[in-house]
Design a binder for this molecule. Structure first.
Ligand code: GLU
Length: 419
């Protein structure tokens, strides 16, 4: 079993023990409603045909249609997608969205494909999963390696086979196609919202030193918004380069550059020669107040957890901390705001997008950001009330898992088992 699935199951069982979950519910919640695997052909630009592996896993739909991203990555495998589908169930429950959890993926390095090949792959994969997706059934969204353009192709493919436009089948679409204002920035903005709520009684994030690992649509946006909220982002990194400046990096300029297709290395070379290039691993152990791992899973492990110097870790990525690292952080008194709470801003604004699609409405960006802030703050309050800060007997991750599991169990109990 891959470490990410073992970690997700271990966390679930720990939380299940603590809420004294009955064995049959444990079996129910560690099972997967639907596991759909497909191998499908794509015509490449040179006329050749290549086969690809795709998967869509629906974990649990007790609280509503299932929801979760589709990732394109060379490393995507079934265990990873199962773990992430399960995390989506807890994530949607902890912020109280009327959704269950799902995840999908195609094993492909998207950068190795032309735009035309990417479109062919997306359309063919979408047509393979048509039997299990739908605006009332299972609603995909972007994740690592996918973006609004990919969602536009998915929406179009699904709609074409039904004969009319069905915008509610995916979220994270371009705004011109019924995507929501604020969706692109939502995960990064939610990270800031939750951080502000956590630090509310202590002056908020202004003046704090922050390190952010990952500079994509989660890490890059978070780094930009955290700086704009008055913090000093001293460390940032993308997959090739890590940067450091003791007085803080102009992450707004760097993110604008990266969004236009540049890299952190090129931005530094052209505009910020006083910023130092450091080793990637240094970002995780930087001498900062707050660490935001917002790139890959299982980056905080037994091997480096002892060297982490931040006092607060806000998980932007899904599953960045192994259970061993989690135990070390707890022992050391380092607070972790867990992924299912910290990065739930993306799926929350996906929910707003789905609501808008189904009502043919358009919300303003201000309205989206305000509603997002309200939901993130409330979720943080509910979770932290279950494990008040300073309590050494529990963690926010455990509390978030308790809240999520109890909500899913309540839905299962109220619905009963069919027939
Ligand atoms: N892929 C994102 C996540 O992991 C968003 C999912 C969604 O919007 O449905 O939360």
């Amino acid at each position: 079993m891959e470490p990410i699935l073992a970690g997700a199951l271990a966390q679930f069982h720990e939380a299940a023990d603590q809420v004294s979950l009955r064995d049959e519910l444990r079996d129910y919640l560690t099972a997967f409603k639907t596991v759909f695997q497909t191998q499908f052909p794509v015509e490449m630009d040179d006329g050749s045909i290549r086969m690809f592996d795709g998967v869509r896993v629906l974990h649990n739909g007790a609280r509503g249609p299932t929801k979760g991203g589709i990732r394109y990555s060379a490393h995507v495998g079934l265990d990873e997608v199962k773990a992430l589908a399960m995390l989506m169930t807890w994530k949607c429950a902890v912020v109280d969205l009327p959704f269950g959890g799902a995840k999908g993926g195609v094993t492909v390095e998207p950068a190795s494909l032309s735009s035309n090949e990417l479109q062919n792959l997306t359309r063919r994969f979408t047509s393979e999963i048509i039997p299990i997706i739908g605006p009332d059934k299972d609603i995909p969204a972007p994740d690592m390696g996918t973006n609004p353009q990919v969602m536009a192709w998915m929406m179009d493919t699904y709609s074409m086979t039904h004969g009319y436009t069905i915008p509610g089948v995916v979220t994270g679409k371009p705004v011109a196609l019924g995507g929501s204002e604020g969706r692109f920035e939502a995960t990064g903005r939610g990270i800031l919202d939750v951080m502000q709520e956590h630090l509310r009684a202590h002056g908020g994030v202004a003046g704090r030193r922050v390190a952010v690992q990952g500079f994509g649509n989660v890490g890059g946006v978070a780094a930009k918004l955290i700086r704009e909220a008055g913090a000093k982002v001293t460390h940032v990194s993308d997959k090739d380069t890590a940067l450091f400046h003791r007085d803080g990096i102009d992450t707004s300029a760097a993110y604008a550059f990266v969004q236009r297709g540049g890299t952190l290395a090129a931005w530094r070379d052209q505009f910020a020669r006083d910023v130092e290039v450091v080793a990637g691993a240094d970002v995780l152990t930087a001498d900062v107040d707050i660490l935001v791992p917002a790139a890959l899973e299982t980056v905080l492990t037994e091997a480096n957890a002892g060297a982490v110097r931040a006092l607060l870790i806000v998980e932007g990525a899904n599953g960045p901390t192994t259970p061993e690292a989690d135990a070390i952080f707890r022992e050391r008194g380092i607070v972790v705001i867990p992924d299912i709470l910290a990065n739930a801003g993306g799926v929350t604004v996906s929910y707003f997008e789905w609501v808008q699609a189904r009502q043919f409405q358009r919300w303003s960006e201000d309205r989206v950001n305000q509603e997002l802030q309200r939901i993130m703050a409330r979720a943080y309050q509910v979770v932290s009330a279950r494990c008040p800060i300073g309590t050494r007997t529990c963690t926010l991750r455990q509390a978030a898992n308790w809240v999520a599991i109890e909500r899913v169990v309540e839905a299962i109990t109220l619905r009963g088992i069919y027939p």
